[in-house]
Design a protein around this ligand. Structure first.
Ligand code: ADP
Length: 471
């Protein structure tokens, strides 16, 4: 059974109250008992000493007690007194004696409800004064029962009070858990009213709301993602369907069939690219941040990516120039290669014939900077803040030809962030764009030779232009 917060609060509360009240009750009872019995004992001792002080021996009349009759009657009305001569003969006696006196005992004698004081007087006479303390015993017992009763009553009151207080205190937590329970896939908008909960729980409420916000964003992102993917797949599928239907409508010539098949192939390429990018995302999401164990030479990765893009660039009439100084970062070479190749293929794709792409890798203090600049078509200020969003395309018409699905830059940003870096885009429509990636530099470390998945024996690319694009 799980531990009950309410039971433990009340339990501790009651235990502390019991200890405090028991301590107080014991002290009170001891104090009152000692006052009650102390007064009775002091009184009989005082009487015994007063009697002893007046006992004298007279040659004619023998032993005499000089105290007045009234005083002795006063003692007898409360208890008893007795004076014995040195031979043990009774000289004087008053009140109701409880029994014979032991010959040895002197001083204060205590029995259950009797107190007696025995004093040796002059010439070995013995004075005995006593009284019943039944009244004091009764009063002490009454006080004991009163403290015990009020202790039990107080404990019950504390238990009830504790129950009520914990119920009130736990109410906001119950409200929060009810809200959390209400939040489901169909209602992600509910939030805990952080203003209505006590100050001590406000942080918890804010944290919960923050979690709900993230949950809602993640869920909406998933819904949007599914919608976007369906949308992206619908267009190439529709193209394929139309092409196939038209081709099948009647007998076609060889070139017509080829043209239809080429159109289908382009659509299949587009879908393949989309599926590959989605797979890359899924892998990133599954594996989380990369293990920052390998030193990766970003300059070599950049040169590799440039080499890969040279042919496409040449076809598009774009020249690519690279200036890469040795610069190492900690991370995953495969993922970092996806960054450089996505930025480069965009720079070539969204360019114009005769355009130019400049790739720069250099170390700046504790950072490695990779920038990919082009003088292509650029991006308008209204689109620039959105280009890193998944499936965002500035203009679907201008990108569909190249087969993009609006996932490339989202992938780039995700990888860079996972590596503890930043990526920024600057652009002017008609003038070109610059994408700048900053990653934490690996201080004084040689890269893992196998980490780049390139050819380790290749000499470092020389600074300056990568040369004219290969046709
Ligand atoms: P896509 O795969 O469609 O290219 P990206 O996420 O790579 O998707 O890019 C998002 C959008 O940003 C593209 O639709 C494109 O219009 C724009 N874009 C990206 N890079 C550049 C660039 N270098 N020049 C101009 N526009 C660019």
């Amino acid at each position: 059974m799980p531990r009950s917060l309410r039971r433990s609060v009340i339990g501790w509360y009651a235990l502390l109250a019991c200890v405090a009240f028991a301590g107080f009750g014991v002290l009170l009872n001891l104090r009152v008992r000692s006052a009650l019995f102390g007064r009775a004992e002091a009184s009989i001792e005082g009487h015994a000493r007063a009697i002893a002080a007046t006992v004298e021996f007279d040659l004619l009349s023998g032993w005499e007690v000089g105290l007045g009759e009234g005083y002795l009657q006063g003692i007898a009305s409360e208890g008893w007194y007795e004076v014995l001569d040195p031979k043990g003969r009774m000289l004087l006696r008053g009140g109701t004696l409880p029994g014979a006196l032991s010959s040895e005992a002197t001083g204060l004698l205590r029995e259950a409800d009797v107190r007696e004081f025995v004093l040796g007087g002059p010439g070995q006479i013995r004075v005995r004064v006593g009284r019943s303390v039944a009244r004091e015993v009764r009063e002490a017992r009454e006080l004991f029962l009163l403290t015990l009763g009020s202790g039990v009553a107080l404990l019950l009151l504390l238990l009830l009070g504790g129950w009520w207080i914990t119920t009130r205190t736990l109410q906001p937590i119950r409200t929060m858990s009810a809200t959390a329970g209400r939040i489901s896939a169909s209602d992600l908008a509910s939030r805990v009213d952080a203003e209505a909960v006590p100050q001590e729980l406000r942080d918890l409420a804010l944290t919960l709301n923050d979690t709900f916000d993230r949950l809602e964003r993640a869920f909406q992102g998933q819904v949007r993602f599914t919608g976007d993917v369906s949308h992206e797949l619908r267009t190439p599928l529709a193209v394929i369907r139309t092409q196939v239907e038209q081709a099948l409508r009647r007998e076609r010539s060889g070139p017509e069939y080829r043209q239809a098949l080429h159109a289908c192939l382009r659509s299949v390429d587009r879908m393949t690219r989309l599926v590959e990018q989605m797979l890359a995302f899924a892998r990133l999401e599954r594996s989380g941040a990369p293990p920052a164990a390998n030193g990766v030479a970003l300059d070599e990765i950049a040169r590799d990516s440039v080499e890969e893009v040279l042919e496409t660039a040449a076809t598009a009439g774009v020249t690519v120039h690279v200036r890469a100084a040795p610069a190492c970062v900690l991370g995953d070479a495969l993922r970092l290669r996806a960054v450089t190749s996505n930025l480069l293929s965009n720079a070539v794709r969204y360019n114009r014939p005769g355009g130019r792409v400049d790739v720069l890798v250099e170390r700046e203090g504790t950072q490695v900077v990779l920038s990919v600049a082009d003088d292509g078509i650029g991006i308008g200020p209204e689109a620039l803040p959105h280009i890193f969003e998944r499936f965002y395309q500035v203009d679907a018409a201008r990108t569909s030809a190249g087969g993009g699905a609006g996932l490339g830059l989202a992938l780039v940003q995700r990888i860079v962030l996972d590596h503890g870096g930043t990526v920024v885009a600057e652009s002017r429509p008609g003038e070109g764009s610059v994408f700048t990636v900053r990653l934490p530099a690996l201080p004084n470390a040689a890269p893992d030779p196998g980490a780049n998945h390139g050819s380790p024996d290749r000499p470092p690319a020389s600074a300056g232009p990568a040369g004219p694009p290969r046709a």
